[in-house]
Design a protein around this ligand. Structure first.
Ligand code: PLP
Length: 391
């Protein structure tokens, strides 16, 4: 016997991509532009921090994060957003945000809302953990298309009142993977006001917050505080994976109201896989440093400029406001990815592997997602071949 509730889950994006492409020869030297795995260097000095605290591998780590790590995160939030959190009650260390985004639904989604099955809102296209989290807690996932017309962010205000009344949690990703759109102060204000009116909680995935062009994106916590919203209304997720090129460190955090964080901490005490102590020390040092983050941003700025130069003429091309993906319009994403692979050796992801069919159509079908993670020369070469082949 196996659970039925996951039977509607499609295969994960990357096995699907391998099934699409790998039966065919690459049409040139291979350039990987599929996965969002940063390739710039991480701060090399973390190796010394890990070595200095290596005795910690001999101990079970603190579940919620060492006080030193929680303090470092609290100090970063204060510097970045001007929001003062109590690290002891409002922050928890994560093993990367994916784990936290999943476990937040476990800890925070009620069995029923107003005697009805709860709804979990997700943007569409979206980071896939949101859907499996909703299924895991037997909530109804409602996918809300984020398209050109809606500024590539979901318009949750357009949902019928009965759906909003049943909504327990709303995932939102800003800067958005895959489109690179950023929720501005007005967007956050309206979303938080909607959540207050219909009494749901916002799970704000802000893991791309530090990869931006000129202006640091405003954060959900910051706007909630400015509005004087219920502190339990917003729970935010941040990561060192993209900010500091440390996807393998598996380090992020969740922050929000004390009740929400207490509930997440309690579940983690039972079932969590906390970050090893030497890595918690390294993470604390990395949150305290901005120099490497600025250098990292400068490398992305060069690649945004290259992308604008190479693809600026493409109808419907939007230079991303933030993050490291291009979301490029094509007739059919799968056909385009296959053609590109067979003719040039460039690998990109069909947009529909990140999106779902809805009554209003599948918003990913006519797109490919292109990750600008490889070094500049390789990225520019991939984009040039892509432009020549598809446009
Ligand atoms: C939108 C989004 N959220 C969360 C994550 C998870 O990142 P991590 O678990 O490495 O912090 C990713 C990783 O690609 C992502 O793109």
């Amino acid at each position: 016997m196996f659970p039925e509730r996951f039977s509607t889950l499609p295969a994960y994006a990357f096995p699907r991509l391998r099934a699409l492409l790998d039966a065919h020869e690459a049409g040139g030297p291979v350039v990987h532009m599929t996965i969002g795995e940063p390739k710039h260097g991480f701060p090399p000095w973390i190796l010394d921090v890990i070595a200095d605290h290596a005795e910690g591998f001999g101990r079970y780590p603190v579940n919620e994060g060492t006080p030193e790590l929680l303090e470092a995160i609290g100090a970063w939030v204060a510097r970045r957003y001007g929001v003062t959190l109590d690290p002891a009650t409002q922050v928890m260390a994560l093993n990367g945000t994916r784990e936290g985004l999943y476990n937040a639904a476990m800890a925070l989604c009620p069995e029923e809302k107003g005697d009805k099955r709860p709804v979990i809102l997700s943007p569409n296209p979206f980071y896939q953990v949101y859907a499996v989290a909703a299924l895991s807690v037997a909530a109804e996932p409602v996918f809300v298309n984020a398209t050109e017309e809606t500024g590539h962010l979901p318009d949750y205000e357009s949902l019928p009142a009965d759906v909003l009344d049943r909504t327990a949690l709303a995932y939102i990703c800003s800067p958005a993977n895959p489109q690179g759109a950023v929720a501005d102060r007005d967007y956050w204000t309206r979303l938080i006001a909607l959540a207050e009116r219909h009494d749901f909680r916002i799970l704000a995935d802000e893991c791309y917050s530090e990869i931006y062009r000129d202006t640091p994106p405003v954060g959900a916590l910051q706007v909630a505080q400015e509005m004087g919203a219920d502190p339990e209304r917003v729970v935010v997720f941040h990561s060192l994976s993209k900010r500091s090129n440390l996807p393998g460190l598996r380090s992020g955090f969740v922050a929000g109201g004390p009740e929400s964080i207490a509930r997440m901490r309690q579940l983690r005490a039972y079932s969590g896989a906390p970050l090893p102590l030497p890595l918690q020390h390294a993470a604390a040092a990395v949150w305290a440093d901005e120099t490497h983050v600025e250098e990292n941003r400068a490398l992305y700025a060069e690649k945004y400029a290259d992308a604008d130069r190479i693809l600026g003429h493409v109808p419907g091309y939007h230079s991303p406001q933030a993050g490291f993906f291009l979301w490029l319009p094509v007739d059919d994403g799968e056909e385009a990815a296959l053609k590109l692979w067979r003719e040039t050796g460039v690998r990109v992801l069909p947009g529909a592997y990140l999106s779902r069919d809805t009554a209003a159509g599948n918003p990913g079908k006519g797109y490919i997602r292109v990750a600008l993670v490889a070094p500049r020369v390789e990225t520019a070469d991939g984009l040039t071949r892509l432009a020549g082949c598809l446009y």
